[in-house]
Structure formats: C-alpha cells, structure tokens
Design a protein. Structure first.
Length: 230
C-alpha cells in the first residue's frame, strides 16, 4: 500500500502575490522594456522642442515689435542708441586700468638768484606806463640793437600808450626765479604779472627778462602782451 503524502508538507516554490505580475522568484525584478525607455526619451525630446519653439516665437515677437517701434519713432530710437553707446564707453573707461603715476625721476633745484634792481625798476615803470623809465633800464648794447632793428624810445612810447588806451591795467608781479647760463654770463629772470582788461577780466601773463652781468636789461620776452598790441 503506497504512502499518502500530505501536500502541505512538500517544499514547493510559491509566488508572492504582492510582487506583481512581473516579479521573479528569488527577489529579482525584470528589467524595464526597451519600449518604456524609448517613450521616456521621446517625452523629454518633445519637452525640449516645445521650449525651443516657445523661445523662438518670443524672439520673433520682440524683433517684430522692435522693428515697428524703430519705424514709428526713429528719433527716439537714435537717442536710445546714442545713450547706450555713451553708457558703454563710460563703462569701458571705468573698467580700464588707471595709469600708474609717472615717476619724475631725479631733479635738481637751482640756487635762488635775487632779481637785479633794473628789472624791478622796469616792472614799476611798466605798471605806471612810463616808457622813458622802462627804456632807461636797458643796457647800452640793448638800446643799440633795438635802434638797429628800427625800435627806439619813440616806438616803446607808442606801444605803451596803445596798451594804456586799450584800458589794460597792470597788477602785482610775482618773481618765480632766475637762472644764470654761466658765471659772468646772461641771466634769465621769470615773472608772472597780473593784468586786467576794461571789462574787468583778470589774467596772468609771464614775462622773461634777460639781463647782462651788470643786471641791465638786454631783452624782455612777453608774447602775450605782444598779441594784445597786434
């Protein structure tokens, strides 16, 4: 008589209903199908294409509206372009590196030289429009050179009188400094003189006196006054 086996005691593999229809015994799941991956790819691609189409439409809309605005308001558009250009130029200048301060290098200050008496007398006479006193401060060599060039005391009187008639007024003269070319040679004296015209406009002019070893005036360079006379 054959033995009767209890089915409940046999070890047969069972399926867990909670794993779903795709579950595999032993705790492993089936890999996703190729059709599912392809669907996800196309969905992502459609999203990107939709975004690009939206951006393209908005760009075209902005270009068309801008073109209409330029056509209707050309002056305002030109002013806007100029403003943007100037702002860009200012931005570039702001970002540009600032140049480093230039090193003046080594320099030497010359020894101070006091001005001679004839130069001070010339400036005092100039302030009073006294051509004769100005002429007397010149050296004999300078007087002879002026006469040879057709410039005499009478010429100096006319020039001085012309400046006075124009309403020119001399103010204070400030001594800047002097420099002697060589021992016993000519010396240069630099002055800045304040002047004022009839309208009350004030200015400062420079005058350079060249004097001989005795301090007598050889030449006076005053190009700004020469322009006023001419």
């Amino acid at each position: 008589m054959s033995d009767i086996v209890d089915p409940s005691r046999t070890s047969q593999p069972t399926l867990d209903a909670s794993r779903g229809p795709g579950a595999v015994p032993g705790g492993y799941s089936a890999p996703p199908s190729k059709r599912g991956l392809l669907g996800r790819f196309w969905a992502l691609l459609r999203m990107v294409l939709t975004l690009l189409r939206f951006l393209l439409r908005r760009s075209l809309w902005v270009i068309i509206r801008s073109g209409r605005g330029i056509w209707r308001h050309p002056t305002l558009t030109l002013a806007l372009i100029v403003a943007v250009f100037l702002a860009y130029q200012g931005y570039e200048r702001f970002l540009a590196p600032q140049p480093a301060p230039v090193d003046p290098g080594q320099y030497e200050i010359v020894q101070a030289i006091p001005p001679p008496l004839p130069v001070a007398e010339y400036l005092s006479a100039q302030k009073n429009f006294d051509a004769d006193a100005m002429w007397n401060t010149y050296s004999e060599q300078a007087k002879a050179a002026n006469l040879a060039q057709g410039s005499s005391l009478q010429t100096l009187r006319q020039t001085t009188q012309q400046l006075q008639l124009q309403g020119l007024q001399y103010g204070e003269s400030h001594y800047i400094g002097g420099y002697q070319i060589q021992p016993g040679g000519h010396t240069y004296y630099f002055y800045v003189t304040k002047v004022q015209d009839p309208r009350g406009n004030a200015a400062e002019i420079y005058q350079i006196f060249i004097a001989d070893s005795d301090g007598k005036v050889l030449r006076v360079e005053q190009p700004q006054l020469s322009q006023a006379v001419n």
